[in-house]
Design a protein around this ligand. Structure first.
Ligand code: ATP
Length: 134
């Protein structure tokens, strides 16, 4: 199987750069599995785990929104924030989940509601990625 270069970049740093066999992301229009020689595209991503296949192994990262860009040379995921499983603080993610759930239960303000929903999605993605590693 041919490989391609995958980079995952946040405003702070490049958190991943490796030759991979496949990357699977949750795009705005649904799941997207990308292999080498995929046609070029740019599309927004949802807050969700990104699954990578490399050398018969599976890597998973928590990626929080942003975009994926597929070009001839490489695939770049540009996200607001993203974490490798080992960098995720599970207690912080659980606390963020509870905070977001409390805010969602209190449905007064529409903007706060949307913000709490996104915070909840980030926390759930972090918890899922961390638990898959353990
Ligand atoms: P919190 O409410 O706990 O700050 P958040 O979802 O609002 O969570 P973000 O704004 O997405 O946090 O991220 C801010 C920075 O903190 C980013 O660099 C992100 O990678 C990091 N971060 C957030 N939550 C965690 C976590 N549970 N473990 C490790 N790093 C985290």
């Amino acid at each position: 199987m041919s490989t391609f270069l995958l980079e995952i970049v946040t405003p702070e740093r490049k958190i991943y750069a490796q030759q991979v066999d496949m990357v699977s992301v949750k795009g705005a229009d649904g799941e997207l599995g990308i292999l080498a020689h995929h046609i070029p595209l740019v599309t927004p991503l949802k807050v969700a785990p990104v699954v990578i296949k490399v050398n018969g192994k599976k890597d998973e990262l928590a990626v929080h929104g942003g975009f994926i860009q597929v070009s001839k040379e490489k695939v770049v995921i540009l996200a607001e924030s993203a974490e490798l499983p080992g960098d995720i603080d599970i207690n912080r993610a659980k606390a963020a989940k509870e905070r977001a759930e409390r805010r969602l239960a209190n449905k007064k303000d529409h903007m706060d509601h949307r913000r709490a929903e996104l915070a909840l999605q980030r926390a759930l993605a972090r918890i899922e990625v961390r638990q898959h590693r353990d």
